[in-house]
Each structure stands twice: as C-alpha cells, then as structure tokens.
Ligand binder design. Structure first.
Ligand SMILES: [Zn+2]
Ligand SMILES: [Zn+2]
Length: 451
C-alpha cells in the first residue's frame, strides 16, 4: 500500500506529503470499517426488512436520527417531512453536506433472500401494497451511518462542518424540494459542497462508477386530459371520439424528439398510461394520458412541453372541438432538475478513489435518462458543486456469470434486485469517508496556503 502511494505522489514536496498521508489513512480506515461492519450489516438487514414508502419514512428517519445522535452529531428532525440533519462542527473550514435518501418502493420483493422484506403498507393514495427497498436506499443509509462513524473516528484528520442529511421521498421527487422549502439551506450552515452515492446493479460490488458533468436527466411528469363529445359506440358520426383523438396525439408526440429537438440533445417523451371509457359500446367524453419527459437542458424541456401543448390543442381543433373543450394539462411541481456533477469536484473524487481503492476499481459510467432529486442540492442559483458516484452492488460472481452467458441483471426497481451487502457497504463507507476527508482537508490546505 505504501509503495503504491509513493508511486502516485505528486512531484512537489507538498504534494508528496499530502498523498502519503492519504494512503496511511486509507490503511487504518480499512481496519476501522472491518470492526464496525457487523453493526452495519445488522442495520442494513433491519432497514431492508422494515422499508417505508415515500412521505412515510417515520421509523427510518427516527433510526437515522438516533444513530447520528449516539455518535455525537447535533440532530434536527422533521425537516420538510421526515428529513433529518446531523451536524458536527469540527473547527473552522468548509461545510460539506453528505446526503442519503431513505424511502422504499410499493412492490413485492422476489429475491428469495433470507432477509427479504415481507412488509405491507398503504400507499399515499390509499392502496394496500408490499414495500421493498428495491432501489437500494437501505444500502445508502448503511453507508451513510458507516461514514458518520468514520468521520467521528477520524475527526482529527479533517476540519470544517459536516452536515449528514437523511432525505425522505426521493422516489416521488418531493423530498429534496420539501427540505429546501423548510429552510435546509437557511437553518443550517450553507454547504460549500454536497456529495452522495447511488448503488448500481450494473457494476460488481467493490467497484465505483463516476461521470463528470451530466449524470442523470431532468424529469417531468405531465398529464394531458383530452375531451370529446361522447355517445353510442354504434353511432360514431354523432360524436367526437377522444380515444381516436388521443391515439393521433400519441402518434404525433413521436415527432417531438425526432423532429423538434436537435439530434445531439438527449430527450425522451413517453406516454406511460392512457385511461378513458368504461365499456365496449360507449364513446367516452374524456381520456387522460400520463407522460414522462426527460431532458438535460431547460431549452429542451421547454420545447417538449410547448410541443405537446401545440400538437394536442391543434389536433383537438382539427377534430372539431370548440375552445372550451380543448385539452388541459397538469405538470408536477416540483420537476426534478438534471443531475450535473461538478467537474472539478468529480476529478478530485476520482483521484481519491484511484489512489486509495485502486485504479482498476474505478470506472467511468454513461449518463442515463433516469432522474434523482439530489440534483436539487446544487441547483445553479445555489451555486453549490455537487457530485454523486455509483457504488457497485452486484455479487461479482453473478456479474461475471451474467456477462459470460449474455444474461440480463436485475436493475433498480426490479423485484429481483439483490445487492451483496458486505463488499458494497464496506466499499461505500471507505469511498465516501475518504472523499469527504479529502474535501475537508483540501480546503484547509488551500486556506493555509492563502494565509
Ligand atoms: Zn429509485
Ligand atoms: Zn434510488
């Protein structure tokens, strides 16, 4: 380990000293993580078996609050719902925010693991459902608690203020918005940096993924309600059929990405649900469509929304509908902004990972059109550099086997998603803690330099 560290040390005297000290820290952090792992494993399995839906994370957030309080963090609960902040002031220096999400999904687990979730609950619209951590937010929380422990144990190695943020309701895009609206950035020291991770089923456990710049897309949820003039199914000529009209609209929406958006710009328009009518022989009055829109820039987002409205309105007019029967729209507020990783902060992160976890354990990943409301922590007007990395979660044997045989691995939100806890959590804690210490150390170094 030591030899490896010397090899990567910077040629300046100052750099050499800095790199060596980072590596020594990496060695002792391994031993410390090994020691606390049994507690983290227990915590992970408890969280896995006790998942809670978005906006309902009462017990989960109380548990996160207890873990942080027991470690000596100053804890504030119920921020924007079940949001939790654990603050630790460790002398002068930058403010770093580390975020974990806490919610699970309304679905049944089918992994067959001995610690599978069998929990049921009621969705926010009143339906009974199974609940499962099939996005791996239980892994995130276990890493979060492990990191909180490491940051306390190694508090002599860094200076500044640490904000450990447990965020509710990531899956419905509300949690970060609710915490911001409840004064997260006003009631606590304003962060200089915010960092987070997401587990990744398409990387083996022990691996880390990074991407500078665009990582995840901006997300909109939109409803289009199409009106018509209902009547007997046997006399369509006496009606204006909103089902046929909706079908024309869906066809025409396909030209938005292909003909309105520059081919170099990523964009998605998906109609995910269409509901109208009740029986075979009645032409209904109304159809509702639910769409999701994905984009990376405000201009593309605007173009998609305005195109949907223009197409829908003009097709409705072409069908002979009067002004008072033109389609109506609903767009979920808040939308989820695109997640853009700060290049400088991400570069810093990659160096820490390569130097301390291994050059061959770090891999650049592709941007995707999925969304994550961690983006809201660094919105442009707030001007806070953010970076989220991917944490490999799949059993390396399963991964190898799937690759050799060309099999698909279960992705996030799959009922078969089954992270391998030990190497995933240990790698996550090490990566997150060393990245955090580098940020807090680096700025101390920079400040010392300025003196
Ligand atoms: Zn998810
Ligand atoms: Zn997630």
């Amino acid at each position: 380990m030591k030899l490896f560290c010397f090899k990567i040390a910077l040629p300046t005297l100052f750099g050499l000293f800095f790199s060596v000290s980072t590596c020594l820290q990496a060695q002792s952090i391994d031993e410390s993580i090994d020691k606390i792992y049994p507690q983290l494993d227990q915590l992970y399995k408890h969280l896995h078996q006790n998942p809670e839906l978005s906006l309902q994370e009462k017990e989960t957030s109380a548990l996160m609050a207890k873990e942080l309080r027991d470690l000596g963090y100053e804890v504030t609960e119920n921020i924007g719902g079940y949001g939790v902040v654990g603050m630790f002031k460790n002398g002068p220096g930058p403010v770093l925010l580390i975020r974990s999400d806490m919610d699970a999904l309304p679905m049944e687990e089918k992994t067959g693991l001995p610690y599978s979730s069998t929990k049921k609950g009621i969705t926010n619209d009143g339906k009974e459902t199974f609940i499962t951590h099939s996005c791996g937010h239980d892994i995130h929380m276990s890493v979060f608690v492990g990191t909180a422990k490491m940051m306390m144990q190694f508090k002599n190695d860094w200076k500044g203020t640490l904000l450990m943020v447990g965020q509710p309701s990531e899956e419905n895009g509300m949690g970060a918005w609710n915490m911001m609206n409840d004064g997260l950035y006003e009631r606590f020291p304003h962060p200089d940096y915010a960092i987070a991770l997401h587990d990744d089923p398409f990387l083996p456990a022990g691996m880390l993924g990074y991407k500078s710049g665009a990582l995840m897309a901006g997300v909109d949820m939109m409803n289009v309600t199409v009106y018509g003039q209902g009547g007997h199914g046997a006399a369509p000529h006496t009606t204006i059929d909103p089902i046929v009209l909706s079908a024309q609209m869906i066809e025409a929406y396909q030209t938005i990405v292909s003909r309105r958006i520059a081919p170099t710009e990523p964009a998605v328009v998906t109609v995910g649900s269409i509901h109208g009518g009740s029986v075979h022989n009645i032409i209904p009055d109304e159809v509702t469509m639910q769409l999701t829109l994905r984009s990376y820039s405000p201009e593309v987002r605007e173009e998609m929304i305005s195109s949907i409205k223009r197409i829908s309105e003009n097709l409705a007019k072409a069908a002979g509908l009067s002004e008072d029967k033109l389609p109506t729209y609903w767009i979920r507020n808040p939308y989820t902004p695109a997640l853009l990783n700060d290049p400088e902060l991400t570069q810093k992160m990659v160096s820490v990972f390569k130097n301390n976890i291994g050059e061959d354990k770090v891999q650049e990943v592709q941007a995707q059109m999925i969304g994550e409301d961690f983006s809201r922590f660094g919105l442009q007007e707030r001007n806070i550099p953010i970076s989220m990395f991917y944490l490999g979660a799949t059993d390396p044997e399963t991964f190898k086997n799937a690759k050799e045989k060309g099999l698909d691995l279960p992705g996030l939100h799959s009922p078969y998603f089954a992270p391998l806890p030990e190497p995933t959590i240990k790698t996550g804690v090490k990566a997150m803690s060393l990245f955090a210490m580098e940020i807090l150390k680096r700025d101390e170094v920079m400040m010392d330099n300025k003196k």
